[in-house]
Design a protein. Structure first.
Length: 392
């Protein structure tokens, strides 16, 4: 199992200027083992042109830095690739890039964007940034260590100018945005909640009609959450004891998907398996959706049925961006989706014992458990989860 010890949780929300279809800001987030790169670019003006230029800027900056090229090389490429406003002699897009290695060491570069907001131990931290000029562009750079519990926020100018001429004569301003992040961080919520809280305030200041493109990226430094999912009995019965021992000793949350699998674990651990009542929830169009019952087993966080629950959990993931988007139901599929969205590092132990009652997918010729499991894993990989699969 690949263990991720600490990470930076990231969420963002882009608000388009009132009357525009596309936001003139762009965000690019890239994750790799031990590396996170977040880029924010603000295109000059608004609408389609600003969106395209901001997207190009964020993409070029993040992709080049990921490949190990320097910020000077990035600026060279941006200067040679993108146009300059001939009237105001300005670059067509500003940018900020934050690189974090192993969830601890950060490198920040800013060009004409509002400074990064960092909250640590309830205080707004003044980062020791240095300014220099490269290729005619004045940039700010900072290198710093991150600590567990740190909150960070990046915002575009649309946040700084929110409320101008109204509640705030000169706009919300960086300091007031930072104070809002500081106050919100005291609640201990996650990055998605922080971003949504900032967006709600921004919209309120604009009376729900943003006068500029406005983007917020919320980040929280936290310990990674791991989960081990055991589904299907091992291919050989003599493996049961060893597999169950490994499963029970795994760090983080433990999930069993499959009635037979749960019985194997109960037998090997000597614990009683308690089946809960059969939950029914309202499905699409008000139709009742019957989800197989869950069970309780000492030492295991979640026990569900196998094939149907995996299928329904995949549907839940497709309809939910974050754990906050899941329905409030307590059925097995929703609970499984909740665990999968909460976890950052997921290890699947997939037993390959042949079940004579398990139908194969007619088109793909695979057991249905494998089909639904692959769908589930694709959904999780698209969210940047660290996934390992071990077949037993």
């Amino acid at each position: 199992m690949r263990t991720v010890n600490r990470l930076v949780e990231v969420a963002y929300r882009c608000l388009a200027k009132h009357g525009e279809e596309l936001c003139g800001d762009a965000v690019r987030v890239k994750t790799a083992p031990g590396l996170l790169i977040v880029g924010l670019s603000d295109g000059l003006g608004s609408g389609v042109k600003a969106h395209i230029l901001a997207t190009l800027t964020a993409t070029i900056a993040v992709d080049m830095l990921e490949k190990g090229e320097t910020i000077d090389e990035v600026i060279d490429t941006l200067t040679d690739t993108l146009p300059e406003c001939q009237v105001r002699r300005l670059a067509y897009a500003t940018f900020t890039v934050l690189m974090v290695k192993n969830g601890t060491r950060a490198y920040l570069v800013e060009y004409d964007n509002p400074p990064l907001i960092l909250i640590r131990n309830g205080q707004i931290i003044d980062l020791p940034a240095t300014e220099r000029e490269t290729k005619g562009r004045k940039i700010r750079e900072a290198e710093f260590d991150l600590e567990e519990g740190d909150y960070m926020a990046l915002v575009s100018d649309g946040y700084i100018h929110a409320g101008v001429g109204g509640l705030y004569r000169l706009g919300w301003g960086w300091k007031n945005v930072a104070i809002s992040v500081q106050r919100w961080a005291a609640t201990g919520g996650d990055a998605h909640q922080l971003t949504n809280a900032l967006a709600r305030t921004c919209l309120k200041l604009y009376h729900d009609q943003p006068g500029d493109d406005a983007t917020a990226i919320g980040m929280k430094v936290r310990e990674a959450v791991s989960a081990t999912i055991l589904t299907g009995p091992p291919s050989r019965p003599e493996m049961d004891k060893q597999v169950v021992a490994r499963f029970m000793a795994a760090p983080g949350m433990k999930v069993i998907c499959g009635g037979t699998t749960a019985q194997v674990v109960a037998r090997e651990t000597g614990h009683q398996l308690h089946v809960d009542l059969h939950p029914i929830r309202q499905g699409p169009g008000g139709k009742k959706e019957r989800i197989p019952p869950m069970a309780r087993l000492e030492g295991v966080d979640l026990v569900t049925e196998g094939i149907i629950t995996l299928s329904k959990a995949s549907e839940r993931l497709q309809a939910a961006e974050t754990v906050h988007d899941l329905p409030s139901d307590r059925d097995g599929a929703t609970e499984l989706a909740r665990v999968l969205l909460k976890a950052d590092d997921l290890h699947f132990l997939v037993g390959e014992a042949i079940n004579p009652y398990q139908l194969a997918d007619v088109v793909r010729g695979k057991p249905m458990r494998q089909v639904y499991l692959e769908e589930l894993i694709r959904e999780l990989e698209a969210r940047g989860k660290a996934i390992t699969v071990e077949r037993l």
